[in-house]
Write a protein that binds this ligand. Sequence first.
Ligand SMILES: NC(=O)c1ccc[n+]([C@@H]2O[C@H](COP(=O)([O-])OP(=O)(O)OC[C@H]3O[C@@H](n4cnc5c(N)ncnc54)[C@H](OP(=O)(O)O)[C@@H]3O)[C@@H](O)[C@H]2O)c1
Length: 295
Amino acid sequence: MQDKPYKSVLIVGCGYVGRRVADLLPADTCQITGCVRSKQSAAKLELSGIAPLVIDLDQPAAKTGWADGFDEVFYFAPPTPHGEQDLRMHAFLQAIDTAALPRRIVYISTSAVYGDCQGAWITESQALNPTTARGQRRLDAEQQLQAYCELHNIQWLLLRVPGIYGPGKLPLARLREGTAVLREADSPYTNRIHADDLARICVAAMNSPHADTVYNVSDGQPSNMTDYFFKVADAAGLPRPPTISRSEAAQVLSAGMLSFLNDSRRMSNAKMLDELAVTLLYPDLDSGLRACFTA
Ligand SMILES: NC(=O)c1ccc[n+]([C@@H]2O[C@H](COP(=O)([O-])OP(=O)(O)OC[C@H]3O[C@@H](n4cnc5c(N)ncnc54)[C@H](OP(=O)(O)O)[C@@H]3O)[C@@H](O)[C@H]2O)c1
């Protein structure tokens, strides 16, 4: 039998990162389908030349065979917003006909699966110990995907991704509102990756000779979260936000914001750089922010 002249690629959750990944795939050899939840997002995909598929993974109909027959799958949809399980991942896996399985699935997970590491440098062998339901749902998604792929002999790659930033994805509204941040002495370590680098890493993961493994994805230059807000404010020409202590933060910040302040870790990106052989366009926040404001 002759090989078909193109690869069919499915991007589940084809949003900010997914559209960037689609831009990097060769149009002459890849047929790309982007799965989104809303008609508005589908219209955006169509304008970019990506075939849209409107599926709401929260609806029972999402469990029927719309995900069959793709050669490669990027799975970027966020987990179910509540509980400790990712029911969206479950729906997606149920929607694949086992007679028409993909070769490989690349999944964007998050570094929240590690939980609090008290500022330590961590590698992919760090114990998984999510401290939030958000992190628990990600771990559940990872485990579902791994088990399914191992059962069906599909290659899998998990990318544990920290804060994604890029043009249009910066906390400018929060800075304009003057929302306070923790004083630097109390501020946890955070890690980041520019969206354009993340997209290139996703493509490298799909094409890599390595499979069935996990990568920490970051620019390798962690800093405290307050430093991040200060640098974004400086780059945007906005006033730096006021700083408060941890006990003051507990009074004024939302539970959602507070949940991001309890985990502190510094991620090594050595395995990613070595095995995926990616040279980062933005190896630190300064270069990435400059690009955000000159693009
Ligand atoms: N923001 C960060 O700093 C960060 C850090 C680590 C990991 N991540 C994760 O990285 C992944 C990619 O991020 P992104 O910025 O590209 O996200 P995004 O722009 O918000 O895109 C998410 C996509 O998922 C789709 N989606 C959401 N709920 C769905 C549902 N119930 N059924 C079907 N599709 C659904 C959305 O469709 P609609 O547009 O139609 O709703 C959209 O296409 C996400 O999983 C995100 O959680 C983010």
